[in-house]
Design a protein around this ligand. Structure first.
Ligand code: SAH
Length: 243
């Protein structure tokens, strides 16, 4: 079935989850909505077997989950990285609802792998985690109590992806540059901008803020591998001149 194969390219990435039962409940939500790829970054121990209890039949998803030490490691091989956060930041312009996200990404799923990243209970994703995300999804919720339970947040996003995938013919969108290529490009860009004096090596705060804005800008463009090669070529030419 076409829907199933498209959704196979969605990874749900849980970062530093604290409560084992939540991981079980996430697995259940995912299986309900036809998702199967679960990635766990530094998951908690589960002495009471809560993961299995809350998975209620979706244990296989946890058994097959990929375990990672860092978010960066978890994102390898993904072309599009979506963070989830209820908080609004003035720096972020591309914050969408799960529905808008699902409509935009489902046509890409034929040839791209997408990671949706969820943070730990209470604290949510850190700034350094969010910097690795090209877009942010915020689930609209009541101002007085905006934070959802982790597995409920996964369910809302998974449901919208499932509905958007129903009956959507896969568009002929080529593969996008993956997260590792993008990180190499941002490293190169930062080095070049420091070399030519556009970024101040010593002013970390200002430099990181500018790099964050540039990540947003390039993230919105959804570059393909060829676009990244062109940009790297331009940077190499600038490096040569600057020397
Ligand atoms: N207090 C934290 C929320 C932690 S809830 C915060 O302000 O970010 C755990 C995770 O559930 C979050 O990291 C996020 O991935 C997801 N989540 C909870 N409520 C959400 C919402 N309204 N929109 C998007 N993601 C949400």
């Amino acid at each position: 079935m076409q829907t199933a194969s498209a959704l196979d390219n969605v990874s749900i990435v849980l970062v530093r989850t604290k409560t084992p039962g939540n991981i079980g409940a996430v697995a259940r939500s995912m299986m309900n909505m036809g998702l199967s790829r679960l990635v766990l970054v530094r998951p908690p121990r589960d002495p009471a077997g809560d993961m299995g209890k809350f998975a209620a039949g979706a244990e296989a998803l946890i058994a097959n989950a990929l375990l990672c030490r860092s978010l960066q490691e978890a994102l390898a091989g993904h072309q599009l990285v979506i963070g989830t956060s209820r908080r609004r930041s003035r720096q972020r312009k591309n914050v969408r609802t799960p529905r808008a996200l699902a409509e935009a990404v489902v046509p890409l799923l034929g040839s791209n792998r997408i990671a949706v990243v969820f943070g730990p209970e209470v604290d949510g994703l850190e700034k350094s985690d969010l910097a690795l995300c090209q877009e942010i999804v915020a689930i609209p919720s009541a101002d007085a109590f905006p934070s959802l339970n982790l597995s409920h947040a996964v369910m809302v996003v998974a449901y919208e992806l499932f509905v958007a995938a129903l009956g959507t013919a896969l568009a002929a969108q080529g593969p996008l540059a993956d997260a590792e290529d993008l990180e190499r490009f941002y490293g190169h860009l930062q080095g070049t901008l420091e070399r030519i004096g556009f970024l101040d090596r010593d002013s970390y705060c200002e430099r990181d803020r500018m790099m964050f804005s540039l990540r947003q800008l390039f993230g919105r463009a959804r570059p393909e591998p060829r676009d990244i090669s062109i940009l790297r070529g331009i940077l190499t030419a600038i490096d040569r001149r600057a020397r």
